[in-house]
Design a protein around this ligand. Structure first.
Ligand code: OVV
Length: 406
């Protein structure tokens, strides 16, 4: 319905008039995803003048080929080669090798398996205490009282922030994730909401604000060691504060939503708690918190028969790739026994999520703590959506816990 073959000269691929940043698309993307996957492996989104890919094979291949599909010209819709970034670019997300190789190695060391073992005990105690509280309440808004509470407690503590001002973190992240899309009303509103908090975020990135030994302070240790410069250090701390909260809040929210709407899957998890970790991969596949990222072509490249010129923005639909039946049979089924190897929710290749061990730990511990106490999770009302240009967010999620017999 929204496709036509573009008359030459123009992109040598089918054209879609779909607006992937419209309220309709963001509110319920899955029908649109199917349409985009079915058009062709590569299509042109004429609303924005960008290419798109929504099938798993092409999304995955493009993520892996960082030399052709670069990040240094921005992971959003704007090409940094043509327009100046609205914020100082990330030294992690929005750079290519060789800079990226250096900054990435610092971040992956700080967020390594060994680091997770160090924070695990503290995170566990907080997950247990929170689960105790919310299960005792019985009925909660799982966004405000659970999904936001846990990451906002444990992650800023681990980074080493002070106790004040943490309410600034979510509006800031929400704004940045909106900024990867066009400057639509969703973005504008989030900018208005985040205006008062931007300076606070930047202030937290300096060394004297960060508790010695925390993740943030360890970034500054890499500065001392001469691995990165001071600007890179501050910006890497900013990356933690930008990418580490809204993502995990929605990862937890989507997990609760998935289990509340699939009682058989919660039962399956209760029967076999060894499935906890892999069940989060299925949550990520089924409702990917990060739905899209852009890349920019560094050269003319042929993809599945379509020639994309140099300097083109390409929108990669991670969430659509994760529901591609060419890769995952019956993709709309949430099934924790599936091993969704190769899902694209954390990206792939050199830019694959560097914080994913933190996200995995947080969700594992929350699910473990709930599993001990909860017989049934169910919706206690209609959830509402919160629209974001990049993230799949839930605004409110009324949940009822039926406690296990003591
Ligand atoms: C993956 C991600 C999302 C948002 C911001 C950043 C990274 C950053 O590095 O600033």
């Amino acid at each position: 319905m929204t496709q036509s073959i573009h008359p030459l000269p123009g992109p040598a691929c089918p054209v879609s008039h779909v607006d992937p940043f419209s309220d309709a698309f963001l509110g319920d993307p899955y029908g649109f995803h199917e349409e985009l996957r079915d058009i062709a492996p590569v299509f042109w989104l004429d609303r924005y003048g960008v290419y798109g890919m929504a099938r798993h094979a092409e999304v995955q291949a493009s993520l892996m080929d960082w030399e052709t599909f670069c990040s240094g010209r921005g992971a959003g819709i704007e090409d940094f080669a043509k327009v100046k970034s609205w914020r100082p670019p990330s030294k992690l997300l929005e750079v290519d090798p060789p800079i990226h190789t250096r900054t990435r190695s610092v971040m992956s060391r700080i967020l390594s398996p060994a680091a997770m073992r160090q924070v695990r005990e503290t995170f566990t105690a907080r997950a247990e205490a929170l689960a105790e509280t919310v299960v005792a309440k019985g009925e909660i808004d799982a966004i405000k009282e659970l999904a936001e509470v846990f990451p906002l407690h444990v992650f800023p503590d681990a980074v080493g922030l002070g106790p004040e001002g943490r309410e600034n973190l979510l509006p800031f992240g929400n704004m940045v994730f909106n900024s990867f899309g066009p400057p639509n009303a969703i973005f504008q509103e989030s900018v208005a909401n985040a205006k008062p908090v931007v300076q606070w975020i930047y202030d937290q990135c300096s060394r004297d604000r960060l508790r010695p030994g925390g993740f943030g302070s360890q970034v500054w240790d890499a500065f001392d060691a001469g691995e990165i410069d001071a600007d890179e250090a501050a910006t890497l701390v900013r990356s933690m504060l930008t990418a580490g909260l809204d993502t995990t809040v929605n990862g937890i929210a989507n997990a609760i939503y998935a289990f509340a709407t699939h009682p058989d899957q919660w039962r399956a998890l209760r029967d076999d708690s060894a499935l906890i970790r892999q069940s989060f991969d299925e949550v990520l596949r089924w409702e990917s918190p990060v739905q899209t990222f852009f890349r920019t072509t560094t050269r003319e490249v042929e993809v599945a028969g379509t020639t994309i010129p140099e300097g083109q923005k390409v929108l990669l639909f991670l969430g659509a790739a994760n529901r591609d039946n060419r890769k995952f049979p019956e993709p709309e089924r949430f099934d924790i026994r599936r091993r969704p190897i190769g899902h694209a929710a954390f990206g792939a290749g050199i830019h694959s999520c560097v914080g994913q061990l933190v996200a995995r730990l947080e969700v594992e511990l929350i699910l473990t703590a709930l599993l001990k106490r909860v017989d049934v999770i169910e919706l206690a009302g209609e959830p509402s959506r919160k629209l974001n240009n990049t993230l799949r967010c839930i605004g409110s999620l009324p949940i009822r816990f039926k406690a296990l017999a003591a």
